[in-house]
Unconditional design. Structure first.
Length: 274
């Protein structure tokens, strides 16, 4: 295993790394205090697109941790920024399957959001883009509207493709399950923005102003967090408190730079940095 050194910036996943649902993983406050004490820059980067940055700041505050909004990045934010770089938001209509995190990010970039059953017709115009993120309020009408727009030619964008989500009850379905339903209904494959695509990591690195050689990603999932780091050209650390296991490592074609039990172990390793 490589020496744990030359680390100045971190891109840290949240679900399965910092908490399970609303239950903080042991050692959370000490981990963040260590980051502050060592003056390590970080971005908390999650594939979960359902919450706003403000909601994540509040969630961490309840757990005894203070972070700034600028230290949060979600796949919804990455998606909105990516789309804003590809098209004119003021002229682009977007239908969202998602929650506050997705809608707020798109509105902040200036996109026009469409409603249920706003589709192309003789006197109406549907969405130019369908954005699909994790959605606790998913229903028939949302899926139908998304399907109609995609079949009419709207671009199909997935904030992330996670098939599962770790919670305090265990693994449940993730956004990938919703994307699969829409792909089945339309025959169109979505463009994925979140991990393991490198886009969100690249955006986080740019925000940190970090050198690739001094940046690491911390995550719990091989096929998203770790593969995304590989594609972005940075080192990675996998904790064993989330989705992927030591058994999974034995059959994976790509590997993290380091494997540690949990954030308590990461904290102790960070304290040895020179």
């Amino acid at each position: 295993m490589s020496s744990f050194s030359n680390i100045r910036a971190l891109i840290i996943d949240m679900d399965g790394v910092l908490w399970h649902g609303n239950q903080a993983i042991t050692g959370l406050t000490d981990f963040f205090q260590t980051l502050r004490d060592l003056n390590l820059r970080f971005i908390l980067a999650t594939n979960n697109a359902s919450h706003t940055p403000q909601q994540y700041v509040q969630k961490l505050a309840v757990m005894g941790v203070t972070v700034d909004i600028e230290e949060i990045m979600t796949s919804a934010m990455a998606t909105a920024l990516y789309l804003a770089e590809q098209m004119n938001p003021a002229e682009t209509r977007v239908f969202v399957v998602g929650e506050d995190g997705a809608t707020q990010a798109l509105l902040e970039q200036g996109f026009i959001l469409t409603g249920l059953y706003e589709i192309n017709g003789e006197t109406s115009r549907g969405a130019d883009v369908v954005v699909c993120g994790k959605d606790h309020t998913i229903n028939w009408d949302k899926l139908a509207t998304a399907t109609l727009n995609i079949r009419a030619g709207a671009k199909f964008i997935g904030t992330n493709g996670d098939n599962t989500l770790p919670t305090e009850l265990g693994l449940i379905h993730g956004n990938g399950a919703i994307l699969a339903a829409l792909q089945t209904a339309t025959g169109v494959s979505p463009t994925i923005i979140g991990k393991p695509e490198p886009i969100m990591y690249q955006q986080a690195i740019a925000r940190l102003g970090a050198d690739l050689a001094e940046t690491i990603a911390i995550g719990d999932k091989l096929e998203t967090d770790i593969l995304g780091a590989v594609r972005a050209g940075i080192r990675s650390l996998m904790v064993l408190t989330g989705v992927s296991t030591e058994a999974d490592l034995k059959t994976s074609e790509y590997q993290p730079t380091w494997v540690m039990q949990d954030i308590r172990a990461v904290t102790e390793a960070l304290k040895t940095l020179k």
